[in-house]
Design a protein around this ligand. Structure first.
Ligand SMILES: C[S@@+](CC[C@H](N)C(=O)[O-])C[C@H]1O[C@@H](n2cnc3c(N)ncnc32)[C@H](O)[C@@H]1O
Length: 311
């Protein structure tokens, strides 16, 4: 059981999400990353409590919290333990029909990040390097650090972390694990600090940030999941229905942009109009109140009839 008081996740860019999705009474919405239910709740409230919502999450603990936070609308909410890459199949399974809006708020929640059992952050030194959002996944971050060879590790840190010192860190990891397996967040941080030259450590934030991001993306196959989910979200929409994606790093944001640029071309069976020519960013006030919002980028698109123009 998750303690509600422990679950402190403040949803980001709520005003913008509501502005784009325009929730209305009678509407059907999908929250593909329902988490603690913050955005879901805002959507239901904005629709005057008269909308229906399907919430997905791959983390069963998140669903427990969402169920409690959305209790007031329990007859209008269906919560499903699923990856969003299964979005289309799940909607068919429950005979949902076409939907009015879909939201993705990517990444991990504050609760997941700070949970000392899960190892998502370099800030909890004793946390085991797990990083699985879904406990059904077989491979943890510690397993990857133990099993991949030096080239695979370097490639992973470079590709998913855009880490400049990827090769050097990979070498240090392999040397370290030959002495003793790297099992905790603190042990990995020490190894990264030893690998990154002191002059480079002074700039660009915490030296372990990019490697932790890379491991998390790999463990959870985050980019593959998103790539598979984006077309399914468009297919699920009614014409005029909208999708909003909030991403937290450029790899995700690029995928969204590219998928929608393709879907905006003439001749596509499922065609969209891109509503945000550039990603929207949170205002300074929100960033001051909620540091997690700092790197958020929001994009929105609308499904149009395949024959409709994009103007
Ligand atoms: C940033 S949190 C969402 C918070 C939520 N919007 C709120 O207001 O409480 C992201 C959530 O998405 C979930 N998630 C991430 N990747 C997923 C995927 N591929 N399929 C389903 N859920 C996913 C995570 O487990 C996490 O609970």
């Amino acid at each position: 059981m998750v303690d509600r008081l422990e679950w402190e996740h403040r949803p980001v860019m709520v005003r913008e999400v509501i502005r784009w999705l325009e929730p209305r009474p009678g509407g059907l919405y999908v929250d593909a990353t329902v988490g603690g239910g913050g955005h879901a709740r805002a959507l239901l409230e904005a629709a005057g409590g008269q909308a229906r919502l399907i919430g997905l999450d791959r983390d069963p603990e998140a669903l427990e919290v969402a169920a409690r936070n959305l209790e007031a609308w329990s007859d209008r909410v269906a919560l499903l333990h699923a990856d969003f890459s299964e979005l289309g199949a799940k909607l068919r399974e429950i005979h949902a029909g076409a939907v009015d809006g879909v939201i993705f708020d990517l990444g991990v929640s504050t609760h997941q990040l700070e949970d000392p059992r899960r190892g998502f952050t370099y800030q909890v030194p004793d946390a085991p390097l797990d990083m699985r959002m879904d406990p059904r996944l077989a491979v943890t971050a510690a397993d990857l650090l133990q099993r991949l060879d030096v080239r695979e590790l370097a490639d992973l840190f470079r590709r998913y972390g855009e880490e400049r010192w990827a090769s050097r860190i990979a070498r240090f990891v392999v040397e370290q694990r030959a002495r003793r397996a790297i099992r905790t967040a603190g042990e990995l941080v020490e190894c990264i600090k030893a690998a990154v030259p002191a002059s480079a450590r002074r700039k660009g934030g915490h030296p372990a940030r990019r490697v932790f991001q890379a491991l998390r993306i790999a463990v959870n196959a985050e980019l593959e999941q998103l790539e598979r989910a984006l077309p399914q979200a468009l297919e699920a929409l009614k014409p005029g229905g909208r999708v909003v994606v909030i991403s937290f790093h450029s790899l995700e944001d690029r995928l969204v942009k590219q998928a929608w640029v393709r879907a905006a071309r003439e001749g596509q069976p499922v065609r969209v109009r891109i509503l945000t020519s550039r990603p929207e960013r949170p205002g300074p006030q929100e960033v001051a109140q909620n540091p997690r919002a700092r790197s958020a980028r929001l994009r929105a698109a609308e499904r149009v009839l395949a024959s409709e123009g994009n103007a």
